[in-house]
Ligand binder design. Structure first.
Ligand code: HEC
Length: 111
C-alpha cells in the first residue's frame, strides 16, 4: 500500500513538473487550462485578450490587483484593454470560486 502511494505521488509530481516552465502556482495554471483561459490568452502575446505578461506589467505596483482581477475573471467585462482588444469583452466565469479566481489572478500577476 505504501509503495502504491509513493508511485502515485511520483506520478503526480511528474505531471505537475511538466507544467512548471511558466512562473507561478502550477495548480492555478492547470485550472486555467481546464477553464479555457488559454483560448483567449497567451503568456507573451495578445490573442483575443491581452498577454498575461502585459497584465502583470500593468498591475505590478497595485497591491489590490489580485482581488480586482479575480472579480473581473468571475464577472467578465471590457474597458481596461480596449487599445489592445478593440473593445472585445472577456466572457464571465461564474462557475469559479473566489479562491480559484484569486489563485488564477496571482498566477497571471507572476508572469
Ligand atoms: C472569450 C475570450 C476570453 C476568455 C475565455 C478569457 N479571457 Fe481574460 N480577457 C479577455 C479580454 C478580451 C480581456 C480584456 C478585457 C478588458 O478590456 O477589460 C481579458 C482580460 C483579462 C485580465 C485582465 C483584466 C483587467 O481588467 O485588466 C485577466 C487577469 C484575465 N483576462 C484572466 C483570464 C482568466 C484567468 C481566464 C480563464 C478563467 C480568462 N481570462 C478567460 C478575453 C478572455
Amino acid at each position: 500500500m505504501k509503495l502504491k502511494f509513493a508511485v502515485a505521488a511520483a506520478v503526480a509530481a511528474l505531471s505537475l513538473s511538466s507544467l512548471a516552465h511558466a512562473a507561478g502556482d502550477p495548480k492555478a495554471e492547470a485550472l486555467m487550462k481546464q477553464s479555457g483561459c488559454f483560448a483567449c490568452h497567451a503568456v507573451d502575446k495578445k490573442v483575443v485578450g491581452p498577454s498575461y505578461k502585459d497584465v502583470a506589467k500593468r498591475y505590478k505596483s497595485d497591491k489590490a490587483a489580485a482581488g480586482k482581477l479575480a472579480d473581473k475573471i468571475i464577472k467578465g467585462g471590457a474597458g481596461n484593454w480596449n487599445a489592445v482588444t478593440g473593445g472585445v469583452p472577456m466572457t464571465p466565469h461564474p462557475q469559479l470560486s473566489k479562491a480559484d479566481a484569486t489563485a488564477m489572478a496571482k498566477w497571471v500577476l507572476a508572469q
